[in-house]
Each structure stands twice: as C-alpha cells, then as structure tokens.
Design a protein around this ligand. Structure first.
Ligand code: KDG
Ligand code: MG
Length: 402
C-alpha cells in the first residue's frame, strides 16, 4: 500500500504571501494544497508543521474522507479559519494525488463535467468614477461577462476594493493600515454610482458589488431596495453573517440577490442561511472551508434549496485554490459564478498550470490531478513578507468591520 511519506510546508511571497502544502507518497506521487490565510499565514503553517504533518506520515493517501474526519474530529476543537484552512490544504493535496494516481483530472472524480466552462467575474475599480468607468471598459474589452464595481467614497481615504496598479492587494502594509468609514456617506453614494454604471454601460453584462460586511441588516435592506432596478447579479456580504438570522430582515425588504460566505469556514456557518433560503449564492472557498470534500458538501446542501455557488477567489488564495475551485465548479450542478483576479507574474512563475481564462470563462485543466506545479527552488527567491489587512474606523474613531 502506498503511504504518505513526506509533508512539506512552504511559506513564500512570489507576488504576495502564500502558504503551500506538498504531500509526497511512498510511490513518489505529490499533491499540492493551498494553506494561505491572509494576514495569519504563519499560524496555519505552524498548525500544519507541528500538529498535522506528524499525523499524516504513514497514512493511506487514498482515504480522503477518513483523513478529513480524522483531522476535524480528532482535533476535538471545532471549526475556525486556522483549523479549516489547514484541513483544506491536506484535503486538496490528497485529491490532487488521487487524480494523478487515477490519471484523471479531479473534476472527473467528482462526477465529470456539468458545464463546458466556468463563468467568472472580474474586479473593476477606480479611486473615482472616471477611473472606474475606464476600468469597466477594459474588463468588457477583455471579454468579461460579469464585472464587480467598486470605487472610493468621496471624502473617505482608502475605500475597500479599489486596486492600486494592476494587481489587487488589500494586505499591503507591515502593520494594519487604518481606513476611515462612514456608513452615511457610503449609503448616499454607492447606489448613485452603480446607477451611473448601468446608465453608461447598459444591462448586457452581470454587475456585482461587494458591501464587505459594512452595513447593519436594516441599512443593507435600504441599499438592496435602492439598487433593485439595477438588477445586480448580487450584493455581497451586506452585513456580517455571524448572526445568520439577521438576513431574514434584509430578505423581507428586497429582491436584490445576496451572496455570503468568504469569511465562513464550515457547513454549520451557512446552514441557516441555506436551509431558510436567506441567501442566493454561497461564497465559501475551497481553501478556507475544509477543502474539496467539505466545499462539495456545502454546495450539495445548497443545491437542495436553490442556492448556487459563488466561490471566493481573490489573489490571496493561490493558483492551487483557484484550480481546485474550478474543478468543483465544473462538476457541480448548482454552480453560480467564480470570482477571478489576475495573479502577479511572479505568482504564475512559481505556480505553473491550472485553469486558463478565455472569453470571460475559466477552463479547467485536463492534466491528471489539479494540474498545478509548484517550483520550490524559484519560490525560495521570494521570502515571506509579513503583511496585514487594513482595519476600518468610523469617523468617531471606533472600530468598524473592514
Ligand atoms: O483577504 C481578504 C480578501 O480576500 C477579501 O477582502 C476579498 O472581499 C473580498 C472578495 O470579495 O474577494
Ligand atoms: Mg468579498
């Protein structure tokens, strides 16, 4: 029987910080997992090196479900981003190995194709409306059929979601940058600028917007109602989702579709949102919510309630995550959309292969496994570079959800 022989954890910053897990079997087959948790990278790396790797050596790499249960239940302590990201990395790596051993791409092991390609949305942004309009035009020219629009709120320095340069990177400083926030100013401005986007570019593309956890339920209800006739594909994270029940209030007031889940790590965190149909898209990610095994379980639950997938896919998830997400997207019946951002050139030199982009869609790799290779030697040239996400403060100085 083949066994797990070696478990390596790489922490490197090719373009940005990534934590990468590599499992090697006694037959010399390798599998890759993404263990990146933005701003908390070393916690997951230590969890894997100190507490997971010793448990994996000698195990049967084919027993993916059993390994998931062993790591989840065996830890005794439940859920949480560090644990679930570590389990996810192991799970993704084991699926990669299973695919390579079978000589099949992972989506074939998940039941085969449900679709030819995967619809993605790109991130258009600008510090003001003129810049945002230019960026939307650029995304349309590049073939995107779905575009997320974010711009700075006039008078507030450093709004969420606005790119500086070609690569979006919110974790940009050695200590957390503090950014001002005013709900009043945002609520007065955002519906107006989204209307201008529709007036300028029409309705022949999907328009998305990320509220990024900034509103209370009743504020979110107001926002959703005001943008209803703009037919957003979704409003994302309108309010923090720890209290799943709170989405009922938003639902009572608006038909604007709701997407939630990028900071949530398990099926139990989205159970009420799904089973009570309080959201339309579930955005849990393959690398923060327990890997392919657990993400599939979440999406299968969602399918029963006509909730579709909308996997989180920013650049702070590595190309290994994107590849794994696209294998899942290709296979599941209730796929909605996949988030997609361009990676830095250095990232694509270190992580080679994976899904490819054409005409607003991602195409899954046909290579056995996930189809991604990691260049360990090249990665060594990009040492870890500690960076934090920003923190938001209201104008009175108190901390707000970033
Ligand atoms: O690390 C934080 C980012 O992943 C997050 O801010 C990105 O909200 C995000 C999104 O929708 O991609
Ligand atoms: Mg988001």
């Amino acid at each position: 029987m083949s066994t797990i022989e070696k478990v390596d954890v790489f922490v490197a910053a090719p373009g940005r910080n990534y934590v990468t897990l590599r499992i090697t079997t006694s037959d010399g087959v390798t599998g890759l997992g993404d263990a990146t948790l933005n701003g908390r990278e070393l916690a997951v790396a230590a969890y894997l090196r100190d507490h997971v790797a010793p448990l994996l050596v000698g195990r049967d790499p084919a027993r993916i479900e059993d390994t998931w249960q062993y790591l989840y239940r065996g830890a005794y302590w439940r859920r949480g981003p560090v644990t679930m990201t570590a389990i996810a990395a192991v799970d993704i790596a084991l699926w990669d190995i299973k695919g390579k051993v079978a000589g099949l791409p992972v989506y074939q092991l998940l039941g085969g194709r449900s679709r030819d390609a995967v619809l993605v949305y790109g991130h258009a942004s600008g510090s003001d409306l003129a810049e945002l309009f230019d960026d939307i035009a650029r995304f349309k020219d590049a073939g995107y059929q779905a575009i997320r629009a974010q711009t700075g709120v006039p008078g507030l320095a450093g709004s969420y979601g606005v790119r500086k340069g070609l690569i979006y990177e919110p974790a940009a400083t050695a200590l957390p940058e503090e950014q001002p926030w005013s709900t009043e100013q945002y609520l007065n401005f955002a519906p107006r600028y989204l209307r201008e986007v529709r007036e300028r570019f029409g309705f022949d593309f999907h328009l998305l917007h990320d509220v990024h956890h900034r509103l209370t339920p009743i504020e979110a209800a107001r926002f959703g109602k005001e943008v209803e006739e703009l037919h957003l594909f979704w409003m994302e994270d309108p309010t923090p989702a720890e209290n799943q029940e709170s989405f009922r209030l938003i639902r009572q007031h608006t038909t604007t579709p709701i997407a939630v889940g990028e900071v949530l790590t398990s099926i139990w965190d989205v159970q009420q949102l799904i089973t009570e149909q309080l959201i339309d898209y579930v955005r849990t990610s393959v690398s923060h919510s327990g890997g392919i095994t657990h993400l599939r379980r979440i999406f299968d639950l969602a399918a029963l309630y006509q909730v579709r997938s909308g996997s989180h896919g920013p650049t702070d998830l590595s190309p290994v995550s994107l590849a794994a997400a696209v294998h899942v997207d290709t296979a599941i019946p209730n796929f909605g959309i996949q988030e997609y951002m361009a990676f830095a050139p250095e990232t694509l030199e270190v992580f080679r292969g994976g899904a490819s982009f054409a005409d607003g869609m991602l195409h899954v790799s046909e290579e056995p496994g996930l189809g991604v290779e990691y260049d360990e030697r090249l990665a060594e040239r990009f040492p870890y570079d500690p960076k934090y996400l920003p923190v938001a403060r209201r104008l009175d100085g108190s901390v707000h959800d970033w």
